[in-house]
Design a protein around this ligand. Structure first.
Ligand code: FAD
Length: 471
């Protein structure tokens, strides 16, 4: 037997559809899976870090079921990996690629260092359907607009997902592991953890069941119903895709089967999945999308910074029911419906004229499906500063949106206790989840509108006109 292979587990917390694992098994080597709590992982937002902890625990159990283990270590990745290589006499370190700037910088340095020490250091695909550099325009550049991106990938052959291995060969002696509880991954969630836990769908088996249930039912009506936030009309797989509890190829092939079976909404679903690919394509080619206006001509725009208005937005206390229901949905469930994300992002950046980065950061803090690429693309799209962005003068009107997409006020009543005659579990849970320091009281009257919609819209358009005249 050759020396063991270390599998540095990051966002590929699954056994099925895992290209790295297929190669590791074929190599015949003993495999030592390790999860590292390093500075990059420590820096995650409260909800994502807590949710990642649940995923790590579930994956450790899945590995044990096939005779393996998940070793937990804390510290700078390179240091931890070097230590582990020495302890188990490993000859190789493998991992599945990530694409955000911080991970890319870390992984590049780790790869170079390990290779210079004579080790095999290999990164694999797995998080995406198409590696971002494999999709190019006719001129060899990258796509800045979604529709041609979709056209260029939609007929590609996507390899079928690999089966989960039934067993995984371990080392002769397992190295010591930290105790996950000592990492306190949920510490920053405070009271929220218990509330959001009810809504989380954790681990590979749960993710597979979620996909199956979606393909069994909602996919048929996906195109027509996906914009109605009170309905369970979408897959909700973003939570699982972000931790790699399910692979994108599994989801793609599920959608393809539904398409072949003549399910009406299947193509639209596949298109949405490809929005995730497009987000990563943009992140790879223009990493500044996460921190700076994608279009530099927005750098002189008169964004307002963080402040009291943004704080009311964060707390779901703007007095604009669609916006508040959505912000509370995020606090209670850890996710937010896509239509609602667009509404709250438009409201913050246009009606409140606030810098999109203020919203981006709050989503990063609160979402259990936080994804560096989709979040950045979504915010820049809503603000108008991104590629393929919503035209700035197209300001979403939350009032007309709510009439269209929540006509019977089911969504608003589900999350806003002050508006419901008998508030339900989720509406009440918001007040249990928020920090006590916010001083919110479920019995207080619903707040008055903080910004008149017409006034807010006018102010946004004036700022936009000023920006244009400045170019
Ligand atoms: P479905 O409708 O079932 O779609 C299937 C899958 O396609 C999703 O799970 C997701 O992986 C992908 N997808 C769908 N819509 C988009 C989209 N617009 N952009 C990228 N991928 C998409 N998505 C995240 O996963 N994480 C985020 O942090 C995130 N932040 C966002 C911020 C803003 C301001 C906006 C407007 C959108 C954001 N999105 C984000 C995209 C989208 O809202 C979610 O992916 C979607 O709501 C997830 O629900 P679902 O799994 O039921 O999606």
């Amino acid at each position: 037997m050759t020396n063991p292979l270390i599998w540095w587990v990051r966002r590929d917390l699954r056994l099925r559809d895992n290209p790295l694992l297929v190669q590791a098994v074929v190599s015949g080597r003993a495999v030592v899976p390790v999860f590292i709590l390093d500075a990059e992982t420590e820096a995650l937002g409260a909800a994502a870090k807590w949710r990642l902890g649940l995923s790590v625990a579930a994956f450790a159990r899945d590995l044990e079921a096939i005779g393996s283990r998940l070793v937990l270590r804390r510290g700078p990745a390179l240091e931890v990996l070097r230590g582990l290589v020495a302890e188990v006499g490993a000859g190789a370190v493998h991992w599945a690629r990530l694409y955000d700037p911080a991970s890319v910088a870390r992984d590049t340095a780790v790869k170079a260092a390990l290779r210079s020490e004579g080790l095999e250091a290999v990164s694999h695909a797995g998080h995406l359907l198409f590696e971002p550099w494999t999709v190019a325009t006719g001129q060899g550049g990258f796509y800045k607009v979604y529709t041609p991106f979709w056209r260029s990938v939609k007929d590609r052959d996507v390899a079928g997902p690999s089966a989960a291995p039934r067993a995984l060969l371990g080392p002769q002696a397992w190295p010591a592991s930290d105790d996950l509880a000592d990492w306190r991954m949920g510490a920053a969630m405070n009271r929220g953890a218990g509330v959001v836990a009810v809504h989380a769908c954790v681990g590979e088996a749960a993710a597979q069941a979620r996909l199956a249930a979606f393909l069994d039912g909602p996919v048929g009506g996906y195109k027509e119903r996906r914009d109605f936030p009170a309905e369970a009309a979408t897959s909700r797989l973003s939570e699982n895709l972000t931790y790699g509890e399910i692979g994108p190829r599994d989801v793609w092939h599920g959608g393809m089967r539904a398409l072949q079976d003549g399910r009406a909404g299947a193509e639209h679903f596949l298109k949405e999945l490809v929005w995730r690919e497009f987000a990563y394509h943009l992140l790879h080619h223009t990493p500044h999308i996460t921190t700076q206006n994608w279009r530099p001509e927005w750098d002189n725009f008169a964004w307002r910074g963080d402040g009291a208005d943004a704080e009311r937005w964060r707390r779901g206390m703007t007095g604009e029911p669609f916006v508040d229901a959505a912000m509370r949905e995020m606090y209670v469930t850890g996710t937010m419906h896509n239509r609602a994300r667009m509404i709250v992002a438009s409201y913050l950046t246009k009606h409140l004229l606030t810098d999109w980065r203020v919203g981006l950061r709050w989503f990063e803090e609160c979402l259990i499906d936080w994804d560096p690429a989709a979040n950045a693309m979504g915010w820049q799209w809503a603000a108008g500063s991104g590629p393929d962005a919503a035209l700035y003068f197209r300001v979403f009107n939350p009032e007309t949106q709510v009439e269209k997409f929540d006509p019977k006020a089911v969504y608003r009543h589900r999350f806003i206790a002050e508006l419901a005659n008998v508030p339900g579990r989720d509406a009440r849970a918001f007040f249990d989840a928020v920090p006590r320091a916010w001083g919110l009281d479920a019995g207080a009257p619903y707040p008055r509108r903080m910004v008149d919609l017409a006034v807010g819209r006018k102010r946004a358009l004036e700022a936009y006109a000023q920006r244009n005249s400045g170019i």
